[in-house]
Design a protein around this ligand. Structure first.
Ligand SMILES: [Zn+2]
Length: 196
């Protein structure tokens, strides 16, 4: 058997040693079913942890992560982003989450890549393809010499706008079964700014 990495294994041992009886009861209660009320779409960045920020327990947040917390347009998702589409469909149509939060953050590498591409810099091929989804957001800020923070916040709004036209999302909103929200997390200050 492959030896587990020491850093991960020591963390796992600490996790196990801290488990209380109520924690075990929680895990047991979750073993067959999940019923989270909130879906969080956030960045793959290691500094962003929705469970930590919202003090959420296992089972509370249904999380999808990608570079720069992007929700592509519905047309692009159907054509090439099935991962995002599958997670969204599962959350909205099967789990019936009550709210979706798009959570962006400061100093986002994905947003920085989008800005760098706009300045003609060389970026890895697949990152270029993915952050191309931010083009509409980039266009709205190009005339005002956008700061990275500004684009991070506008891209959150773009993801929310894209979400609204996914047919099953639109239907759930119309039926008052779902609400959409956006927030930006300042890593340095560890504080949250609500955008929508
Ligand atoms: Zn990021």
């Amino acid at each position: 058997m492959t030896r587990p990495p020491d850093s991960l294994n020591s963390g796992y041992q600490r996790f196990r040693s801290k488990l209380l009886e109520k924690d075990m009861e929680l895990f047991e209660s979750l073993s067959d079913i999940q019923s989270p009320e909130t879906m969080v779409i956030t960045c793959a960045d290691s500094r962003i942890d929705p469970n930590l920020i919202f003090n959420a327990a296992p089972g509370e947040l249904f999380v999808i992560r990608n570079v720069a917390n992007i929700i592509p347009s519905y047309e692009i998702s159907c054509a090439s982003s099935h991962c995002t589409l599958a997670a969204l469909e599962y959350a909205v149509k099967i789990l019936h989450v009550r709210r979706i939060l798009v959570l962006g953050h400061s100093n986002c590498g994905g947003v920085a890549a989008a800005l760098a591409i706009g300045k003609g810099q060389n970026i890895e091929e697949n990152i270029v393809k993915w952050v191309d989804n931010l083009k509409p957001a980039c266009k709205t800020v190009v005339d005002v010499d956008a700061s990275q923070t500004k684009l991070e916040k506008i891209s959150i709004q773009q993801s929310l706008n894209n979400l609204k036209v996914y047919p099953f999302v639109e239907k759930a909103i119309l039926n008052s079964k779902l609400s959409l929200h956006g927030a930006w997390f300042n890593i340095e200050k560890a504080n949250l700014h609500w955008i929508a």
